[in-house]
Design a protein around this ligand. Sequence first.
Ligand SMILES: Nc1ncnc2c1ncn2[C@@H]1O[C@H](COP(=O)(O)OP(=O)(O)OP(=O)(O)O)[C@@H](O)[C@H]1O
Ligand SMILES: [Mg+2]
Length: 356
Amino acid sequence: MIGKTLAHYEILEKLGSGGMGDVYKARDTKLGREVALKVLPEEFSKDDERRKRFMREAQAIAALKHPNIVTIHSVEEADGVSFITMEYVEGGTLTARIPGGGVTLDEFFAYAIPLADAISSAHDQGISHRDLKPANVMFDRDGRLKVLDFGLAKLIAQSVNLDTAPTIVQGSDTAVGQIMGTAAYMSPEQAEGKEIDGRSDIFSLGIVLYEMATGERPFKGDTQISTISSILKDTPKHISEIKREIPRHVGRIVNRCLEKNPDKRFQSAKDVRNDLEGLKKEIDSGELSVEMESGPSIIGAPPSGAAAASETSTPGLRVVRRSCIRSRSMRLPQLKQITYSREPWSSIILPLPAAR
Ligand SMILES: Nc1ncnc2c1ncn2[C@@H]1O[C@H](COP(=O)(O)OP(=O)(O)OP(=O)(O)O)[C@@H](O)[C@H]1O
Ligand SMILES: [Mg+2]
């Protein structure tokens, strides 16, 4: 393909391949700009009905407008090859930005909020992603997060012959095919081949958030089947058990995304975004402080207000409401910080760590 010209697109280099085909960097010689060109499966070109349907539905996806969603420019065909052209994003994938131990808290919010916002906006416009994962999240040259491949998984699954395409299995509803390549980010209902709605994306978002925060995937397996089995039955470790400096509240938001039963999850991506934004504001304003445990000494029973504090504290990581600390420090002015252990009602004094 490289060096060839498809319609008026000069193929420059291969960017990668996924479950649905290869992606190339290409030059649009008419408009004089670089684009990413996604070649669609061969089966796709053979069936006229399917192709027409694809074109119709692709228009809805191409109409998605959001600063954090990659723009689809066109769906075209040339020399018997069907392809999509889209905005070329050059800053790499989210996968590459997640180190072994996860991202920092600042990075977590900087990625999680626009991600949830993009999903929320697409849902408002009637489109679910269905293949949300770090490889489908990229950054442009200004560092802005961009979500790729919105709705394409379903569209392509519907458009190729499910009997002959090896990467696709048929769901219980014949209209709902499942791309198998990305089992680790599927919702339970998606893994079971059930009909899904936007809440499935919220589960996948939860997996991405968990991985960003800890560097680990919540559901793992040696094979796709064992990964799916883990998604269906395992309760992942709480985030703050893996990484103590992540506030417990972050874990709570992620856990609500990861509820197996869609009715128990956040019901909209907007709610996820709002909760993340609210939590970030609380942390930024100092209303919630985040501290690491450092050699506590026990001084006795907790003061009034301990219930509120203990609710948010865990061993090792302390997240304490400042209002509670203030009233206590007035009586104990020599103390800089107080927090509470999970042990039955003993209180712990901690020195205030350097400002973060
Ligand atoms: N618009 C784009 N701009 C720049 N690079 C892209 C673009 N789209 C895809 N890529 C690159 O091509 C790679 C392959 O993309 P592709 O979507 O085919 O596979 P995937 O995301 O790994 O899996 P899936 O098929 O499930 O989406 C991506 O990981 C990314 O590095
Ligand atoms: Mg992709």
